[in-house]
Ligand binder design. Structure first.
Ligand code: ATP
Ligand code: MG
Length: 650
């Protein structure tokens, strides 16, 4: 028996819309294969060629120095990341909008490239004035306001290393990350808005700073005008500092490998790691992939809905699009505020053409119902993207039909904080898509699905997703822990990059990412992916979301426990529980029938919206949770889950 054969594998691939292909940067699979073949023959030559799209003060002398697991890309080259994102666009596009910002309360702000560059220069001077030097780390804990990308670009301009902490984190999480990165400066705001309420950011930051002896200055943006505690000598208002700063700040040339930022992973599998990225390779692959994957053109209005606190926000809200000189929409608040149509209202208002969001968000939109979308004219959209988790085929099809009106290609982009940029994705004008599949590696990316011995698996067999050779935007290390970097990524299967994701490759060489290696379940000798079973559950009309984990079982090795949340209007019942078991048996086989189906109001998620199966595993196995929960969005969810039951009781 084959291990995994989702029905979707048998559906014919969906070709890109002809109209789209005609105008795309890459127009056919032949063109894609040609690029790919070139890159395979001569990877360094290929990346050296692409690197010409950056603005260099001094071109690189050598493309790659690879001393496994340490890579140096574009050796000897000198550039400035903020110059690449701003200054080089000024001559031709100074008046083009760079940032189209919308506050949660509806207020708006627009910054042209010239204006954004000026803001960045001023703040870079502020940082220098406070003694920040190249290589120093600066922690940024801010809401989604223009000052956030400004602060990041200002750090880049002077060679400081930013560490952005998502604005939803609490004092303990902030203190942990500041202690790890040893920042001398913290940039925050008096507060931020979320669903109309004020999130007291400064209060949280102040609590964290009680345990952060390295921080000397805290710069505070006035956003809500609420009352805040003030520590003289440490706290400084952003607006007062900027007012006095000069707008002249020539971009200094830095080495290609100048550290650019540290970013902590979302902690879905364990304690977050400080992923370190450097300048030229990261920026190049962000610029290049934004252009190719989102088929970016000069007149696009581009909106990536990710929070800048996550890597998607770093690479595809800030660095990738700005390096391309794009016009970017940035929204401060929640997607359901004041109503569940906020995103579609924004799409209509700004005439957004490219929309990039997470798989979780797509599932939420789907559960909320089509009426929220139908009210708005979203015909400006021409391309849709998704990231973060495998997207189940039902959600993919809904996205394509209801948001994309059958016209917009979907790019299902696979990548990680560690990879820095998208590595596996359709090229929208070229690649025929399959719902739920990230399709093929981008040219230059050597992705394969292998056994633990490093042998390629057969089509339809589950294996480990690996990347065979270094790529420009790869992480350089785990901050302060070279050993962990080597062990976690380059030693599991010696000599190749271990992604930690399970995957399959089908007969067309398409890669299906199934989820994390730890989430693969073994029942009676068969390996099942949690994603496959979840997908089947979500295809039942009563189900909004599902997460499936294993628990030890004496007879079958592992038994399947399903946690299910229902769509609005549906109620848990014994009949429904039985029906869901039956539904899985019908779609996948009796082998996949869960031994428990637990109905829950909410599933435990990271603040980036990913389901934390490791916590569910603990609930299923031990009835409670003792693992790291610092990245969990809402602790009370676990409490409630522990009380759910998996069987019918009399
Ligand atoms: P941690 O490493 O701390 O557990 P994390 O892996 O959730 O956190 P990220 O780097 O944000 O943090 O997420 C990358 C992971 O997200 C990938 O390894 C993969 O499991 C999943 N992922 C991202 N995009 C896709 C996609 N398009 N299809 C399938 N899975 C995806
Ligand atoms: Mg990860």
């Amino acid at each position: 028996m084959q291990e995994f054969d989702p029905q979707v594998l048998n559906e014919p691939p969906i070709p890109p819309p002809e109209e789209f292909s005609k105008r795309a940067h890459v127009r056919s699979m032949e063109e894609y294969e040609e690029m790919r073949a070139h890159a395979e023959r001569d990877p360094e030559g290929f990346w050296g060629e692409q690197a010409k799209m950056l603005h260099w003060f001094e071109p690189p002398k050598k493309i790659l120095e690879w001393d496994m697991p340490h890579a140096k890309w574009f050796v000897g080259g000198k550039l400035n990341v903020s110059d690449n994102c701003l200054d080089r666009h000024l001559e031709e596009n100074g008046n083009k909008p760079a940032l189209l910002w919308e506050a949660e309360d509806g207020a708006t702000l627009q910054l042209t490239y010239t204006e954004l560059q000026e803001c960045v220069c001023k703040f870079a001077n502020v940082l220098s004035g406070l003694g920040v030097k190249a290589g120093d780390s600066v922690t940024i804990y801010m809401p989604m306001i223009p000052e956030l990308p400004i602060a990041m670009l200002a750090c880049a301009r002077i060679g400081a290393v930013h560490s952005v902490i998502f604005g939803g984190f609490s004092a303990i999480a902030i203190a942990d990350r500041i202690a790890d990165s040893k920042s001398k400066i913290l940039i925050t705001a008096d507060g931020g808005y979320r669903r109309g309420k004020v999130i007291p950011l400064k209060e949280m930051a102040d609590a964290a700073l009680l345990n952060c002896p390295t921080v000397e200055k805290s710069i505070v943006v006035r956003r809500t005008n609420g009352k805040v505690d003030w520590k003289e000598g440490r706290d400084l208002w952003w607006h007062e500092l900027v007012e006095k700063a000069s707008k002249e700040c020539p971009a200094v040339a830095f080495d290609s490998e100048q550290p650019l930022f540290i970013l902590y992973t979302s902690g879905t599998t364990g304690k977050p790691k400080g992923v370190m990225h450097t300048s030229a390779g990261y920026l190049l692959q962000c610029q290049w992939s934004t252009r190719l994957v989102f088929d970016l053109r000069d007149d696009d209005i581009y909106w990536c809905t990710a929070d800048i606190g996550w890597v998607t926000g770093h690479s595809y809200m800030v660095y990738g699009p700005l390096a391309n000189g794009a016009s970017i929409v940035m929204y401060e608040g929640a997607p359901d505020f004041p109503r569940r149509d906020r995103f579609w209202e924004i799409v209509a208002r700004y005439k957004v053409t490219i929309f990039y969001s997470s798989a979780t968000a797509v599932r939420a939109f789907m559960a909320w119902g089509n009426e929220w979308i139908d009210k708005h004219d979203i015909s400006s959209l021409r391309l849709l993207g998704t990231v973060g988790e495998p997207i189940n085929p039902a959600a993919w099809k809904w996205y394509s039909q209801v948001i994309g009106k059958g016209r917009c290609p979907i790019v299902d982009t696979w990548w990680q904080t560690e990879t820095g940029s998208i590595l596996i994705s359709p090229l929208p004008g070229a690649t025929p898509t399959k719902p739920g599949c990230a399709t093929r590696p981008l040219p230059g990316v050597a992705a394969r699905v292998v056994t633990m011995q490093g042998e390629t698996v057969k089509p339809g067999e589950t294996g480990y997703l690996i990347i065979e050779r270094p790529w420009p935007s790869m992480l350089r290390t785990i901050y302060g822990d070279d050993e962990r970097y080597r062990r976690d990524y380059w030693s599991r299967i010696p000599g190749v990059y271990f992604t930690g994701d399970a995957a399959q490759c089908d007969k067309d060489n398409y890669i299906w990412v199934l989820g994390r290696v730890d989430d693969v379940i073994k029942v009676a000798g068969h390996r099942l992916s949690s994603m496959e079973i979840e997908s089947a559950l979500v295809s039942h009309p009563a189900v909004a979301e599902a997460a499936v984990v294993a628990k030890p079982d004496e007879i079958r090795g592992e038994a399947i426990v399903a946690f299910v949340t229902l769509r609005s209007g549906q109620n848990p019942s014994r009949e429904l529980r039985a029906a869901l078991g039956e539904h899985i048996a019908m779609t996948i086989g009796t082998i996949a029938r869960p031994s428990e189906v637990r109905f829950a109001d909410l599933l435990p998620k990271t603040r980036s919206g990913k389901i934390m199966r490791r916590l569910l595993r603990e609930v299923a196995q031990k009835g409670g949770v003792s693992g790291d929960t610092t990245t969990l969005e809402d602790l009370s969810v676990i409490e409630k889950l522990a009380h759910t039951r998996g069987h019918d009781e009399e």
